[in-house]
Ligand binder design. Sequence first.
Ligand SMILES: [Zn+2]
Ligand SMILES: [Zn+2]
Length: 374
Amino acid sequence: MAVRTEHQIGAWVENPGPDARVVIRDDLPIPSPSAEEVLIKLDCTGVCHSDLYSITGKTPMKVNIAGHEGIGHIIKGRSQRGLRIYPTSKWLYTVNVTDLTVVAGSNVSQDLIGKRVGIKWLYKYCDDCEICSKDVTYCPNQKNPGRNVLGTFQQYICSMAKPLTFIPDGISSELAAPLLCAGITIYSAILKLRLKPGEWLLLPGAGGGLGHLGVQIAHALGLKVIAVDSGESKRKLCLELGATRFLDFKVDDVDKTVKELTNGYGVHGAVCLAGNKAGYAQAIAQLRNTGVLVCVGLAMEELPISPFMMIVRGISVFGSSVGTEQEMKSLLEMASEGKIKAIVDVFDFQELGEVLEKLRINGISGRAVVKLPI
Ligand SMILES: [Zn+2]
Ligand SMILES: [Zn+2]
Protein backbone atom coordinates (compact mmCIF):
# COMPACT_ATOMS: atom_id res chain seq x y z
CA MET A 1 0.00 0.00 0.00
CA ALA A 2 1.65 3.17 -1.19
CA VAL A 3 1.72 6.10 1.18
CA ARG A 4 2.89 9.40 -0.24
CA THR A 5 4.13 12.30 1.74
CA GLU A 6 3.53 15.89 0.81
CA HIS A 7 6.59 15.72 -1.40
CA GLN A 8 6.62 14.62 -4.98
CA ILE A 9 9.08 13.68 -7.70
CA GLY A 10 9.83 16.09 -10.51
CA ALA A 11 12.54 17.23 -12.93
CA TRP A 12 13.94 20.48 -11.56
CA VAL A 13 15.79 22.72 -14.01
CA GLU A 14 18.65 24.49 -12.28
CA ASN A 15 19.67 27.76 -13.98
CA PRO A 16 17.47 27.65 -17.11
CA GLY A 17 19.79 28.81 -19.90
CA PRO A 18 22.94 27.59 -21.66
CA ASP A 19 24.33 26.11 -18.41
CA ALA A 20 21.08 24.48 -17.27
CA ARG A 21 21.08 21.19 -15.36
CA VAL A 22 17.99 18.98 -15.08
CA VAL A 23 17.89 17.20 -11.72
CA ILE A 24 15.34 14.52 -10.79
CA ARG A 25 14.29 15.44 -7.23
CA ASP A 26 11.95 13.73 -4.78
CA ASP A 27 11.61 16.66 -2.37
CA LEU A 28 9.41 18.98 -4.42
CA PRO A 29 6.21 20.27 -2.82
CA ILE A 30 2.85 19.05 -4.08
CA PRO A 31 1.06 22.19 -5.31
CA SER A 32 -1.99 23.44 -3.43
CA PRO A 33 -5.09 24.01 -5.58
CA SER A 34 -7.10 27.18 -5.09
CA ALA A 35 -10.89 27.08 -4.69
CA GLU A 36 -11.32 27.23 -8.50
CA GLU A 37 -8.64 24.67 -9.29
CA VAL A 38 -8.36 20.91 -9.45
CA LEU A 39 -5.36 18.82 -8.48
CA ILE A 40 -4.19 16.40 -11.15
CA LYS A 41 -1.97 13.37 -10.72
CA LEU A 42 -0.12 13.03 -13.99
CA ASP A 43 0.29 9.65 -15.72
CA CYS A 44 2.63 10.75 -18.46
CA THR A 45 3.90 13.75 -20.37
CA GLY A 46 5.11 14.33 -23.89
CA VAL A 47 8.50 15.95 -24.38
CA CYS A 48 8.43 18.76 -26.93
CA HIS A 49 11.31 20.36 -28.76
CA SER A 50 10.25 23.69 -27.27
CA ASP A 51 10.91 22.26 -23.77
CA LEU A 52 14.51 21.99 -24.84
CA TYR A 53 14.38 25.58 -26.11
CA SER A 54 13.07 26.74 -22.71
CA ILE A 55 15.53 24.72 -20.65
CA THR A 56 18.53 25.90 -22.65
CA GLY A 57 17.41 29.54 -22.70
CA LYS A 58 16.54 29.95 -26.38
CA THR A 59 13.06 30.97 -25.23
CA PRO A 60 12.18 32.48 -21.82
CA MET A 61 11.65 30.17 -18.84
CA LYS A 62 10.70 31.84 -15.57
CA VAL A 63 10.02 28.63 -13.63
CA ASN A 64 12.07 25.51 -12.92
CA ILE A 65 9.86 22.69 -14.21
CA ALA A 66 9.30 22.29 -17.97
CA GLY A 67 6.71 20.21 -19.86
CA HIS A 68 3.36 21.04 -21.47
CA GLU A 69 1.86 17.77 -22.77
CA GLY A 70 0.61 16.16 -19.57
CA ILE A 71 -2.16 13.59 -19.12
CA GLY A 72 -3.49 12.65 -15.71
CA HIS A 73 -6.48 12.17 -13.46
CA ILE A 74 -8.19 14.67 -11.23
CA ILE A 75 -7.78 13.57 -7.63
CA LYS A 76 -9.61 14.67 -4.57
CA GLY A 77 -7.03 16.60 -2.69
CA ARG A 78 -4.00 16.63 -0.52
CA SER A 79 -3.16 16.91 3.09
CA GLN A 80 -1.04 19.59 4.63
CA ARG A 81 0.69 16.85 6.55
CA GLY A 82 0.74 14.25 3.82
CA LEU A 83 -1.32 12.94 0.97
CA ARG A 84 -2.18 9.28 1.30
CA ILE A 85 -3.06 7.69 -1.99
CA TYR A 86 -3.90 4.04 -2.38
CA PRO A 87 -3.77 3.01 -6.04
CA THR A 88 -6.49 0.41 -6.48
CA SER A 89 -6.08 0.14 -10.24
CA LYS A 90 -4.18 1.96 -12.97
CA TRP A 91 -6.65 4.84 -13.00
CA LEU A 92 -8.29 4.85 -9.62
CA TYR A 93 -6.89 6.32 -6.45
CA THR A 94 -8.41 6.20 -3.03
CA VAL A 95 -7.49 9.05 -0.75
CA ASN A 96 -7.48 8.67 3.00
CA VAL A 97 -10.08 11.35 3.71
CA THR A 98 -9.33 11.61 7.42
CA ASP A 99 -5.94 12.99 6.54
CA LEU A 100 -7.22 15.66 4.23
CA THR A 101 -6.99 19.24 5.35
CA VAL A 102 -7.31 20.66 1.83
CA VAL A 103 -9.94 19.48 -0.63
CA ALA A 104 -9.12 20.35 -4.20
CA GLY A 105 -11.18 23.24 -5.41
CA SER A 106 -13.88 23.92 -2.84
CA ASN A 107 -15.83 25.66 -5.65
CA VAL A 108 -15.24 22.80 -8.05
CA SER A 109 -17.81 20.13 -8.91
CA GLN A 110 -16.98 16.86 -7.18
CA ASP A 111 -18.14 15.10 -10.37
CA LEU A 112 -14.77 15.98 -11.84
CA ILE A 113 -12.87 13.66 -9.51
CA GLY A 114 -11.45 10.71 -11.40
CA LYS A 115 -11.79 12.35 -14.83
CA ARG A 116 -8.86 12.04 -17.24
CA VAL A 117 -7.65 15.40 -18.49
CA GLY A 118 -4.78 17.02 -20.37
CA ILE A 119 -2.47 19.92 -19.50
CA LYS A 120 -1.36 21.84 -22.57
CA TRP A 121 0.70 24.92 -23.49
CA LEU A 122 -2.32 27.24 -23.27
CA TYR A 123 -2.79 26.60 -19.56
CA LYS A 124 -4.75 29.75 -18.78
CA TYR A 125 -5.90 32.90 -20.59
CA CYS A 126 -7.54 35.99 -19.14
CA ASP A 127 -10.73 35.91 -21.26
CA ASP A 128 -11.02 39.61 -20.50
CA CYS A 129 -8.80 41.40 -23.03
CA GLU A 130 -9.29 42.60 -26.61
CA ILE A 131 -7.12 39.79 -27.95
CA CYS A 132 -9.12 37.13 -26.09
CA SER A 133 -12.29 38.46 -27.68
CA LYS A 134 -10.70 37.63 -31.05
CA ASP A 135 -8.61 34.52 -30.31
CA VAL A 136 -7.70 33.37 -26.79
CA THR A 137 -4.66 31.47 -28.02
CA TYR A 138 -2.83 34.79 -28.45
CA CYS A 139 -3.86 36.29 -25.08
CA PRO A 140 -0.93 38.46 -23.90
CA ASN A 141 -1.76 37.52 -20.30
CA GLN A 142 -1.65 33.80 -20.86
CA LYS A 143 0.04 31.25 -18.61
CA ASN A 144 2.11 28.45 -20.10
CA PRO A 145 3.52 25.41 -18.26
CA GLY A 146 7.29 25.52 -18.38
CA ARG A 147 7.31 29.23 -19.22
CA ASN A 148 5.56 31.09 -16.39
CA VAL A 149 3.85 28.30 -14.42
CA LEU A 150 5.35 24.97 -13.32
CA GLY A 151 5.19 22.38 -16.08
CA THR A 152 4.28 18.71 -16.44
CA PHE A 153 7.64 17.12 -15.63
CA GLN A 154 6.31 16.46 -12.12
CA GLN A 155 3.80 14.05 -10.57
CA TYR A 156 1.18 16.60 -9.51
CA ILE A 157 -0.09 19.79 -11.11
CA CYS A 158 -2.99 22.15 -10.48
CA SER A 159 -5.28 23.40 -13.20
CA MET A 160 -8.24 25.73 -13.37
CA ALA A 161 -11.44 23.69 -13.36
CA LYS A 162 -12.53 25.58 -16.49
CA PRO A 163 -11.66 25.07 -19.24
CA LEU A 164 -10.42 21.51 -18.89
CA THR A 165 -9.33 19.29 -21.75
CA PHE A 166 -11.09 15.95 -21.24
CA ILE A 167 -9.46 12.93 -22.83
CA PRO A 168 -12.02 10.66 -24.52
CA ASP A 169 -12.12 6.92 -23.97
CA GLY A 170 -10.60 4.95 -26.79
CA ILE A 171 -7.20 6.60 -26.68
CA SER A 172 -4.39 5.76 -24.28
CA SER A 173 -2.71 8.48 -22.23
CA GLU A 174 0.60 7.85 -24.02
CA LEU A 175 -1.00 8.36 -27.44
CA ALA A 176 -3.06 11.36 -26.30
CA ALA A 177 -0.12 13.30 -24.81
CA PRO A 178 1.50 14.35 -28.12
CA LEU A 179 -1.81 15.71 -29.36
CA LEU A 180 -1.80 18.37 -26.62
CA CYS A 181 0.99 20.36 -28.26
CA ALA A 182 2.32 18.75 -31.44
CA GLY A 183 -1.13 17.63 -32.56
CA ILE A 184 -3.11 20.77 -31.81
CA THR A 185 -0.37 22.98 -33.27
CA ILE A 186 -0.33 21.27 -36.65
CA TYR A 187 -4.10 20.78 -36.71
CA SER A 188 -4.81 24.46 -36.12
CA ALA A 189 -2.14 25.48 -38.64
CA ILE A 190 -3.70 23.30 -41.35
CA LEU A 191 -7.17 24.70 -40.59
CA LYS A 192 -5.82 28.27 -40.88
CA LEU A 193 -4.96 27.58 -44.54
CA ARG A 194 -8.69 27.20 -45.25
CA LEU A 195 -8.03 24.68 -47.99
CA LYS A 196 -10.78 22.69 -49.68
CA PRO A 197 -10.69 18.90 -50.11
CA GLY A 198 -8.62 17.99 -53.14
CA GLU A 199 -6.31 21.01 -52.85
CA TRP A 200 -2.55 20.67 -52.47
CA LEU A 201 -0.72 21.07 -49.16
CA LEU A 202 3.07 21.16 -48.89
CA LEU A 203 4.58 20.01 -45.59
CA PRO A 204 8.33 20.67 -45.26
CA GLY A 205 9.48 18.65 -42.22
CA ALA A 206 6.71 16.07 -42.72
CA GLY A 207 8.54 13.16 -41.08
CA GLY A 208 8.94 14.72 -37.62
CA GLY A 209 6.86 14.93 -34.44
CA LEU A 210 4.37 17.46 -35.83
CA GLY A 211 4.72 16.42 -39.45
CA HIS A 212 3.71 12.79 -39.07
CA LEU A 213 0.50 13.96 -37.39
CA GLY A 214 0.03 16.68 -40.04
CA VAL A 215 0.15 14.15 -42.88
CA GLN A 216 -2.61 12.09 -41.21
CA ILE A 217 -4.76 15.12 -40.37
CA ALA A 218 -4.49 16.56 -43.89
CA HIS A 219 -5.28 13.16 -45.38
CA ALA A 220 -8.35 12.86 -43.10
CA LEU A 221 -9.47 16.33 -44.27
CA GLY A 222 -9.25 15.23 -47.90
CA LEU A 223 -6.21 17.31 -48.82
CA LYS A 224 -3.49 16.11 -51.17
CA VAL A 225 -0.21 16.19 -49.27
CA ILE A 226 3.27 16.68 -50.68
CA ALA A 227 5.49 15.57 -47.80
CA VAL A 228 9.02 16.97 -47.88
CA ASP A 229 11.76 15.49 -45.70
CA SER A 230 14.81 13.31 -46.14
CA GLY A 231 15.66 9.63 -45.81
CA GLU A 232 14.12 6.30 -46.69
CA SER A 233 12.43 5.73 -43.31
CA LYS A 234 10.66 9.09 -43.51
CA ARG A 235 9.60 8.40 -47.09
CA LYS A 236 8.07 5.08 -46.03
CA LEU A 237 6.39 6.62 -42.99
CA CYS A 238 4.85 9.60 -44.83
CA LEU A 239 3.47 7.44 -47.66
CA GLU A 240 2.03 4.94 -45.16
CA LEU A 241 0.32 7.76 -43.28
CA GLY A 242 -1.43 9.08 -46.39
CA ALA A 243 0.90 11.50 -48.18
CA THR A 244 0.11 11.70 -51.91
CA ARG A 245 3.79 12.16 -52.69
CA PHE A 246 7.04 12.20 -50.75
CA LEU A 247 9.95 14.35 -51.91
CA ASP A 248 13.44 13.94 -50.47
CA PHE A 249 14.87 17.45 -50.48
CA LYS A 250 18.41 16.05 -50.64
CA VAL A 251 17.73 13.86 -53.68
CA ASP A 252 14.61 14.95 -55.56
CA ASP A 253 14.03 18.05 -57.66
CA VAL A 254 11.31 19.53 -55.43
CA ASP A 255 10.56 22.56 -57.65
CA LYS A 256 10.13 20.52 -60.80
CA THR A 257 8.01 17.78 -59.23
CA VAL A 258 5.69 20.18 -57.41
CA LYS A 259 5.08 22.09 -60.65
CA GLU A 260 4.37 18.84 -62.50
CA LEU A 261 1.89 17.70 -59.85
CA THR A 262 0.03 21.02 -59.70
CA ASN A 263 -0.47 21.94 -63.37
CA GLY A 264 2.50 24.29 -63.17
CA TYR A 265 0.92 26.55 -60.54
CA GLY A 266 2.34 25.31 -57.23
CA VAL A 267 0.57 24.29 -54.03
CA HIS A 268 -2.47 26.03 -52.54
CA GLY A 269 -0.96 26.12 -49.07
CA ALA A 270 2.08 25.18 -47.03
CA VAL A 271 2.74 24.68 -43.34
CA CYS A 272 6.45 25.04 -42.72
CA LEU A 273 7.53 22.80 -39.85
CA ALA A 274 11.23 23.10 -40.53
CA GLY A 275 12.79 25.58 -38.11
CA ASN A 276 15.25 27.10 -40.55
CA LYS A 277 15.46 29.60 -43.39
CA ALA A 278 15.99 26.91 -46.06
CA GLY A 279 12.71 25.23 -45.14
CA TYR A 280 10.83 28.53 -45.35
CA ALA A 281 12.49 29.46 -48.66
CA GLN A 282 11.38 26.15 -50.10
CA ALA A 283 7.82 26.47 -48.81
CA ILE A 284 7.45 29.96 -50.30
CA ALA A 285 8.96 28.89 -53.61
CA GLN A 286 6.38 26.13 -54.02
CA LEU A 287 3.31 28.30 -53.34
CA ARG A 288 1.07 29.20 -56.26
CA ASN A 289 -0.02 32.81 -56.71
CA THR A 290 -2.71 33.43 -54.02
CA GLY A 291 -1.06 30.68 -51.91
CA VAL A 292 -1.01 30.72 -48.12
CA LEU A 293 1.92 29.98 -45.82
CA VAL A 294 1.49 29.16 -42.14
CA CYS A 295 4.69 29.45 -40.07
CA VAL A 296 5.11 26.86 -37.31
CA GLY A 297 8.80 25.81 -37.31
CA LEU A 298 10.66 28.08 -34.86
CA ALA A 299 13.14 29.72 -37.27
CA MET A 300 14.75 32.86 -35.88
CA GLU A 301 15.74 34.37 -39.26
CA GLU A 302 13.59 36.72 -41.33
CA LEU A 303 11.20 35.34 -43.92
CA PRO A 304 12.90 34.92 -47.29
CA ILE A 305 10.30 36.85 -49.30
CA SER A 306 10.10 40.56 -50.06
CA PRO A 307 6.92 42.62 -49.65
CA PHE A 308 7.17 43.19 -53.41
CA MET A 309 6.91 39.48 -54.19
CA MET A 310 4.08 39.06 -51.69
CA ILE A 311 2.19 41.86 -53.44
CA VAL A 312 2.80 40.61 -56.97
CA ARG A 313 1.96 36.99 -56.13
CA GLY A 314 -0.85 37.66 -53.65
CA ILE A 315 0.83 35.54 -50.97
CA SER A 316 -0.59 35.44 -47.42
CA VAL A 317 1.50 34.51 -44.40
CA PHE A 318 0.22 33.59 -40.93
CA GLY A 319 1.98 32.68 -37.74
CA SER A 320 0.34 29.96 -35.68
CA SER A 321 0.89 28.49 -32.27
CA VAL A 322 -1.33 25.93 -30.54
CA GLY A 323 -5.11 26.02 -31.17
CA THR A 324 -8.52 26.58 -29.63
CA GLU A 325 -10.41 24.39 -27.15
CA GLN A 326 -12.84 23.42 -29.91
CA GLU A 327 -9.99 22.39 -32.21
CA MET A 328 -8.48 20.36 -29.36
CA LYS A 329 -11.78 18.60 -28.81
CA SER A 330 -12.27 17.68 -32.45
CA LEU A 331 -8.66 16.49 -32.78
CA LEU A 332 -9.03 14.20 -29.75
CA GLU A 333 -12.25 12.86 -31.27
CA MET A 334 -10.47 12.14 -34.55
CA ALA A 335 -7.80 10.26 -32.59
CA SER A 336 -10.30 8.27 -30.54
CA GLU A 337 -12.02 7.26 -33.79
CA GLY A 338 -8.66 5.99 -35.08
CA LYS A 339 -8.32 8.54 -37.90
CA ILE A 340 -4.96 9.71 -36.59
CA LYS A 341 -2.41 8.04 -34.37
CA ALA A 342 0.75 9.52 -32.91
CA ILE A 343 3.90 7.45 -33.15
CA VAL A 344 5.43 7.50 -29.69
CA ASP A 345 8.50 6.22 -27.89
CA VAL A 346 7.67 5.73 -24.22
CA PHE A 347 10.40 6.25 -21.60
CA ASP A 348 10.65 6.04 -17.83
CA PHE A 349 10.89 9.32 -15.94
CA GLN A 350 14.51 8.60 -14.98
CA GLU A 351 15.36 8.60 -18.69
CA LEU A 352 14.22 12.21 -19.19
CA GLY A 353 17.82 13.46 -19.44
CA GLU A 354 18.57 11.00 -22.25
CA VAL A 355 15.35 11.97 -24.01
CA LEU A 356 16.31 15.65 -23.94
CA GLU A 357 19.74 14.83 -25.32
CA LYS A 358 18.20 12.72 -28.11
CA LEU A 359 15.88 15.61 -28.94
CA ARG A 360 18.84 17.97 -29.08
CA ILE A 361 20.50 15.86 -31.77
CA ASN A 362 17.17 15.15 -33.55
CA GLY A 363 17.43 11.51 -32.52
CA ILE A 364 13.73 10.97 -31.77
CA SER A 365 11.40 9.87 -34.54
CA GLY A 366 7.75 10.58 -33.79
CA ARG A 367 7.21 11.79 -30.22
CA ALA A 368 8.89 11.00 -26.90
CA VAL A 369 6.52 10.39 -23.99
CA VAL A 370 7.75 9.99 -20.42
CA LYS A 371 5.81 8.09 -17.74
CA LEU A 372 5.58 9.85 -14.38
CA PRO A 373 6.37 7.70 -11.32
CA ILE A 374 3.22 6.10 -9.82
ZN1 LIG B 1 5.24 22.00 -27.41
ZN1 LIG C 1 -6.71 37.78 -22.71
